[in-house]
Design a protein around this ligand. Structure first.
Ligand SMILES: Nc1ncnc2c1ncn2[C@@H]1O[C@H](COP(=O)(O)OP(=O)(O)O)[C@@H](O)[C@H]1O
Ligand SMILES: [Mg+2]
Length: 295
């Protein structure tokens, strides 16, 4: 098999020009966005998407312009959480795709918007022999296109809701080298902390700035009396943050109202609850980190 180095020139595909032009397009898109923040966890089901959606609502509520890239290509949930009307057809022209608009005007791009109906799964190829490497390459390409082709326009924040696992951050880091950093999310359980610990180590080794650690579902809040109690046995996550030398950004209590289906979002409807206040404090800590980084 020939490697591309064996080809005289670029084999006639103008590959170099194509790459340069794509990079230019991506740059032009991202240069209009002030702060890019990733929300991730090595672990699934710890509340990445719920926290992303509620942080977006809090930032928008404070008058900031916000977008969310739903980077969970195989399990997209941001459209559902922010109430994007999927019955509208995608508006596409040569300059790109209009993002979906969710609660409080948050701009959204998600695989969900490209599927024929809300119940369709994402299927990358009908080829049963397709290798995992090939599927992964298709996923990388899709991620770049969602980021590059969306008409985000001027934004204060772009939040990136990651899939479970620690692998996709490599892609995001390459696409957005100016990232402010990543917010790592864990729940108090030892198994979650164990996996998130690896994710933090990986980011630190890759030179990706870690904004800090959030402990979700840290306690239980009774929706009737707003009293807090322990939810999981075991250590809180202060020790993990301390051990890794990263800031502890706060704990978000478990509140059943977060998972209720509603028109708005938990944060906007429950700002004064313990969990609502915890979300606002988390946002404040992220803003402080960004401010200090700029100094
Ligand atoms: N603080 C919380 N209180 C109550 N339920 C929560 C909380 N955080 C997340 N959830 C619920 O946990 C489930 C998983 O959350 P999700 O945001 O989808 O996680 P992830 O994106 O990490 O997979 C969802 O049903 C969500 O409503
Ligand atoms: Mg999710």
């Amino acid at each position: 098999m020939k490697s591309y180095e064996d080809l005289a020139g670029d084999g006639g595909s103008n590959i170099v020009e194509q790459v340069v032009s794509q990079q230019g397009k991506l740059r032009a898109r991202l240069d209009k966005i002030k702060h890019k923040v990733v929300l991730m966890s090595g672990k699934g089901g710890v509340g990445k998407s719920s926290i992303t959606a509620n942080i977006a609502a809090c930032l928008a509520d404070q008058g900031r312009t916000v977008g969310i890239l739903d980077a969970d290509l195989n399990g997209p949930s941001i459209c559902h959480l922010l109430g994007v009307d999927r019955s509208k057809k995608l508006v596409i022209d040569e300059s790109g795709v209009e993002p979906g608009v969710g609660h409080l005007g948050v701009k959204i791009m998600s695989m969900d918007m490209l599927l024929p109906d809300p119940d369709s799964p994402v299927i990358w190829t009908e080829d049963k022999g397709a290798s995992a490497v090939w599927v992964s390459t298709m996923e990388s390409t899709a991620l770049r296109e969602l980021l590059m082709d969306t008409k985000w326009e001027e934004l204060d924040f772009l939040l990136i809701d990651m899939p479970p696992g620690s692998d996709r951050i490599d892609n995001i880091r390459d696409l957005i080298p100016e990232l402010e950093g990543v917010v790592e999310i864990t729940i108090p359980s030892p198994v979650s902390q164990h996996i998130v610990s690896k994710s933090i180590t990986k980011n630190t080794r890759m030179g990706v700035s870690v904004i800090g650690l959030v402990e979700n579902m840290a306690t239980y809040v009774c929706p009737h009396c707003d009293q807090e109690g322990a939810l999981f046995a075991g250590e809180d996550a202060h020790g993990l943050a301390q051990g890794k030398g990263i800031p502890y950004l706060g704990k978000i209590p478990f509140d059943p109202r977060i998972s209720q289906k509603r028109d708005g979002l938990f944060y906007t409807e429950n700002k004064d609850s313990l969990t609502g206040k915890a979300i606002a404090e988390l946002v404040e800590n992220i803003l402080k980190f960004i401010e200090n980084k700029a100094k």
